[in-house]
Design a protein. Structure first.
Length: 149
């Protein structure tokens, strides 16, 4: 029972993170000055970027596509050998590992943002989402569910 609840929570978090990052990253790519999100170009002064274009691509791929890819893997557990290429836990399904990666990536991404740019109201929400993804992924019942025989 708890496994199902934890899995649904994990799936919901991946959906929330993935769709939000696709939207945010897409808006930054479409309008690299950040105006679609109410972000100012001056916020990048302490970063290596002169516009939000590259951060938008990174956000779109790493925090948008990866969590949605993980979501599909967690739901259907396909046996895609190519997806195992980046799986550092061979005794677990690749989707479990990618779920862990998604949480760690968003926590790292937001931490770097906090150091290099201006505070933005979504940062605490996203860092908390990443933390919850890591916690639910490391829950013993979820770990057991994605063990390979």
């Amino acid at each position: 029972m708890m496994t199902r609840l934890f899995l649904y929570m994990l799936l919901g978090l991946h959906l929330f993170l993935g769709l939000g990052a696709l939207a945010g990253g897409g808006m930054l790519v479409l309008q690299p000055d950040g105006s679609l999100l109410g972000m100012e170009p001056g916020w990048l002064a302490q970063s290596p970027f002169s516009s939000y274009l590259i951060p938008g691509f990174i956000l779109f791929i790493c925090s948008g596509l990866l969590p949605l890819f993980s979501l599909v893997g967690l739901l259907f557990q396909p046996r895609w050998r190519w997806a195992n290429a980046l799986n550092i836990y061979p005794n677990r399904h690749w989707a479990w590992t990618y779920s862990l990666y998604s949480g760690i990536i968003v926590i790292t991404w937001i931490t770097v943002q906090l150091v290099m740019t201006q505070y933005f109201w979504l940062q605490p929400v996203m860092i908390f989402t990443g933390l919850l993804i890591v916690i639910f992924t490391l829950t013993p019942s979820i770990m057991k569910k994605f063990e390979l025989e």
